[in-house]
Structures are given as structure tokens and as C-alpha cells.
Design a protein around this ligand. Structure first.
Ligand code: GLN
Length: 551
């Protein structure tokens, strides 16, 4: 890579933040995000303020327009950014304040630089990857790290990808800018077990590190995803060939729960090594909460089966936060939550009972478009009529309203504007103010909104608060024209926007637990602090399971 010294950025003056850059090698999906999040969790147990950032090398300006099949769920921040699902790991493992600035893509970086160029900011100059793109990446890293003691920055993609080169060049320069004592490189890599040879192989890791070093980055710490425990000679070999002390080589075996990872790393003294390399003096780590979680996961008292009826069932990542929030709720109820994804296209009114009666509760998550909605409504009707706990999230709530309108209020043609713009009974519609916003994503309600919770409702029993805030990502809303008819017949509004114009939560009276919310509460659930709605949904599932057993 060409380097033009006259254009080299200025050395940053005495920046107090310490930086950890996390890269991945050999294969994708190696668990960098989880490693970064676990490190964040461990540093927080030492009293450090952590910020977590993901830099993604793809060109999309945000992942909002990518298919959940391909890219997993879209994670939304309070300030309305549609981000990568790795931010969900960060949210679940740390208290880091995640905002727009904590996730950026190549597309965004180029967009900013090109706008500056059009504005004439570089007048007379040639705009280049180095230094203009790399400088913008460095500036974004600094903005994302404000207020933190330690800033953890994960670089998406795998070493060797052409598209991640500007990011790697930027972090290489960054280390020179802030100094060795203020930044470290952690590389997450694979050490596969080759059955025919009967041993773990270190060569892919050696090659990945060699590749990194060829761009000028020598990792300070290696985290090796291994299929089997690494014997001392394997560790020694990696240490020798990758040019780092063996105390800096860590192993990550597959764990049965991701929430064990912070403790697994701590037992290998990963956090001690990091603070030592960064020269940070910290309090002794307090791991009580993480130990308590592991205890709950390992010794559940009950076993529950929950059906998640959706349409992106090929990969668990499409509903990642929902699945995790259910697991957290299980921890709160001393229950093992077995989640079964059910493809809504396989469901209809005549097979719903047969397919769903073995579950203790049913959840319908968010979604877009009309594929599979009839099956979801069949599941909702089954839950409503058979007193089975039901939780509808976003599209799940909207469909609960349609199902109720069609089957309980007799509005047989009830629908959503999303499915039929010209229908008469649009129970779910686009608000007046949203018309005319044409740009993709432009009309979406994104980010945190306050909600007033009505007293004497299940929602209030859960939140124990009059005013709460949840994150949204949707276009359509409940049509207030129909509000009275719903409420009079027992499907009541239990949460609304502070000005009373938007319906945020609805629930059925006289039902064990049947609640829908327009927001995405799963985005705020943590194993240490399970979300109250998920917690009580699972509590209702537990009551239902005991009732089924006749206890
Ligand atoms: N498609 C619905 C809407 O846009 C619901 C979106 C969602 O479930 N996130 O309003």
C-alpha cells in the first residue's frame, strides 16, 4: 500500500482512551463479536467504562435494506440507527451506550468523504483511499470512543478480504498515532481439528497472522477458536510462529451457552493480560453477576417449550435478539427455555392445534410483507382461544389486531395497509404524516420512543413504571378509528405515546397473558437484566405448563 508522508495525519495529542482492535481470521462467523463483547463485559467487571464499535467493510450505507436471511436481524439503537446484529451482542454483554456512531460501514465512510469532496472541502487535492478514507475511519473511531476508558473496536470481515484493507490500514496508523501503550490488536482465529491426522492444526492461524503482519499489524493477543483443548505444545507452536508470548495465546472452545464466555476467558486470565498490556490499573474484577447467570443456566428447575412462529426460519440469527431475550427470561424464571422456530407458511387454521398444542407459549416476532401472515394469524387465534400465553412483537402485535378484528369483531376483511392499500377496514395503517415520504426507510419509525403505561394492566405489572422507553422499527401503526371497538370488547390499549395518538401496547383482558407491543423490547434485554415483558411472558408459560401437567 502506497503511503504519502506529506499527507500523513497529525499525531493525536495525549488521548486518554485506550483502544482494543479486534480482527478475525481464517473463516467468517468465528465469534469475533462475541469475543469483543465478552472482553467488554470483563473490563466492566473491573469498573472500567467501555465503548463498543463495529466497523463493517460492506458498501451498504446501513444493513437496514439487507435480507434477514443473509445478514441476520437488524439491530436498532436508541438514536434510530439500523445496525449490524453484533451490536446486539455488545448490548447484551455490556452497559456500553450504543448509538449511531458505534456502527459504521465502508459505504458510510465513502458517503461522508464523497459529500466533502462535492462540497469542495478538498479543493485542489486528489481524494484517495489513503489518507482521506483512512483519516475518516480514524475520525469515526475517535468519535465513537468519546467518554470511554477503553474503546473496543471490531473490524468486520476476515483478514485477506480486499474490502477490509482500508480499515486495517486505518487501525495500523491509529496505533502509531496513539502509541503502543494505548492500543492493542486482538486477532480471533481458528485452530481446526483434523480427524485423519488426529490433531489440531495451527497452519491456518499462522497464515492469517502472516497476512496481518504483511499489512503491518502484529497481533498482541490471539484468541483461538479450537475444536478441542489446545495442548501446551500447540500453544507453544502458535506463540513461536506468530511471534507473541505464549501468555498471549488464548483458547475459545465451543461453550453450551454464550454467557459462559466472559468467565471462560477470565479463567485464562485474558482480562489481566489486556489491562497489563494497556497499562491500566483497575479494581479487582467482580464476577458475581456472571457467576450467578451460569449457575441459573446450569441448574434450571423447569423445562419449557416456546414456539416462535416466523418466516425467516432458516437461521436463528434472523430473530437473534428475540431468542436471546427468551433465554434471559428463562434465567429469571429458573427455567430452561427450549425455543422451536415454526415456519408460518406451514400453519393454517386446521392444523394449528395439532402443531402448537405441545408448546407452553407462542411468540410471533416482527417482520415485513405478507408472506406467511395467515399462518401467523392461525397461531394467534389458537393462542387467544385456548388461553395459551401469547406475545406479539411489532408485526406480531399488528397481526394479533387483525386476527381479533376478523374473528372476534366480525370485520372479516380487516387488514393492514402494508398488505392491501385500498382495503376498507385498515386496522393497521400508515399515518397521515407519513404519506409522501418516499425514500427507502424514510417513513420508518426508528429508535427510542416513550410510552405511557396504563395502570392495572399486565404491561404495568411487568414494567412497574408509568413511562417507559422502547426502540421501534416499523412503518405502520394501529388505526385509532378502531380503538373503541377493540377496547369495549376486552382487547385494551395498555400503552400509548405520550400525546395519546399512537397505540404502543395492547393486551387481552381475561386471558392468561396475551400482549402485543409495537416496539421491539427484545433489543434491550440482557442476561443480567432480563426484559420485564419477556420475563412475565415466560412466567405465564410456566403457569401454563404446570396447568397442563395438572400441578
Ligand atoms: N411490517 C410492519 C411495519 O412496517 C412491522 C415491522 C416490524 O415488525 N418490525 O409496520
Amino acid at each position: 500500500m502506497q503511503h504519502n508522508d506529506s499527507k500523513a495525519p497529525k499525531r493525536f495529542s495525549q488521548h486518554p482512551v485506550k483502544y482494543i482492535f479486534v480482527t478475525g481470521g481464517v473463516v467468517s462467523s468465528i465469534g469475533k463479536g462475541l469475543a469483543a463483547a465478552s472482553i467488554g463485559a470483563l473490563l466492566e467487571t473491573r469498573g472500567l467504562r467501555v465503548s463498543m464499535t463495529k466497523m463493517d467493510p460492506y458498501i451498504n450505507v446501513d444493513p437496514g435494506t439487507m435480507s434477514p436471511f443473509q445478514h441476520g436481524e437488524v439491530f436498532v439503537t436508541d438514536d434510530g440507527a439500523e445496525t449490524d446484529l453484533d451490536l446486539g451482542h455488545y448490548q447484551r454483554f455490556t452497559k456500553a451506550n450504543l448509538a449511531k456512531r458505534n456502527s459504521f460501514t465502508s459505504g458510510q465512510v465513502y458517503d461522508t468523504v464523497i459529500s466533502k469532496e462535492r462540497r469542495g472541502d478538498y479543493l485542489g487535492g486528489t481524494v484517495q483511499v489513503i489518507p482521506h478514507i483512512t483519516d475518516q475511519i480514524k475520525a469515526n473511531i475517535i468519535t465513537a470512543s468519546e467518554g470511554a476508558d477503553v474503546s473496543i473496536v471490531e473490524i468486520g470481515g476476515t483478514i485477506g478480504d480486499i474490502e477490509s484493507l482500508p480499515f486495517l490500514e486505518a487501525i495500523r496508523q491509529f496505533r502509531n498515532d496513539v502509541g503502543k501503550e494505548n492500543s492493542i490488536f486482538i486477532h480471533v482465529t481458528l485452530v481446526p481439528y483434523i480427524r485423519a491426522a488426529g490433531e489440531l492444526k495451527t497452519k491456518p492461524t499462522q497464515h492469517s497472522v502472516k497476512e496481518l503482519r504483511s499489512i503491518g499489524i502484529q497481533p498482541d493477543i490471539l484468541i483461538c477458536r479450537a475444536d478441542q483443548p489446545m495442548a501446551p505444545d500447540v500453544r507453544m507452536k502458535i506463540s513461536t510462529f506468530c511471534n507473541l508470548p505464549k501468555e498471549s495465546v488464548f483458547e475459545a472452545l465451543d461453550a453450551d451457552s454464550i454467557y459462559k464466555m466472559p468467565i471462560i476467558y477470565h479463567e485464562q486470565r485474558l482480562d489481566s493480560r489486556i489491562v497489563e498490556l494497556l497499562g491500566i490499573w483497575t479494581a479487582q474484577p467482580n464476577l458475581d453477576e456472571w457467576n450467578r447467570i451460569i449457575e441459573c443456566i446450569e441448574r434450571p428447575k423447569h423445562d419449557l417449550k416456546i414456539a416462535v412462529v416466523g418466516k425467516y426460519m432458516g437461521t436463528r440469527d434472523s430473530y437473534k435478539s428475540v431468542y436471546e431475550a427468551l433465554t434471559h427470561a428463562g434465567i429469571a424464571n429458573e427455567s430452561q427455555v427450549n425455543i422451536v422456530g415454526i415456519d408460518s407458511e406451514q400453519l393454517n387454521a386446521s392444523n394449528a392445534k395439532e402443531m402448537l398444542s405441545c408448546y407452553d407459549a407462542i411468540l410471533v416476532p416482527g417482520g415485513f410483507g405478507d408472506r406467511g401472515v395467515l399462518g401467523k394469524m392461525a397461531a394467534i387465534q389458537y393462542a387467544r382461544e385456548n388461553d395459551v400465553p401469547f406475545f406479539g412483537i411489532c408485526l406480531g402485535m399488528q397481526l394479533a389486531c387483525l386476527e381479533y378484528a376478523r374473528n372476534a369483531l366480525g370485520l372479516v376483511d380487516a387488514t393492514s395497509e402494508e398488505f392491501d392499500a385500498n382495503a376498507k377496514n385498515k386496522i393497521i395503517h400508515l399515518m397521515e404524516s407519513q404519506y409522501g415520504v418516499r425514500k427507502k426507510g424514510g417513513s420508518m419509525r426508528l429508535g427510542a420512543y416513550d410510552c405511557i403505561v396504563r395502570r392495572n394492566t399486565k404491561a404495568f405489572d411487568s414494567y412497574h413504571a408509568d413511562r417507559v422507553s422502547e426502540r421501534h422499527r416499523h412503518r405502520y401503526e394501529f388505526n385509532p378509528e378502531f380503538r373503541n371497538r377493540f377496547e369495549e370488547s376486552g382487547f385494551i390499549v395498555s400503552g400509548e405515546s405520550p400525546d395519546g395518538t399512537l397505540v404502543e401496547m395492547m393486551e387481552l383482558e381475561n386471558h392468561i397473558w396475551f400482549l402485543g407491543c409495537q416496539a421491539h423490547p427484545e433489543l434491550k434485554s440482557r442476561p443480567i437484566a432480563p426484559h420485564p415483558l419477556f420475563r412475565d411472558f415466560i412466567a405465564a408459560a410456566l403457569v401454563n405448563s404446570k396447568r397442563k401437567e395438572g400441578v
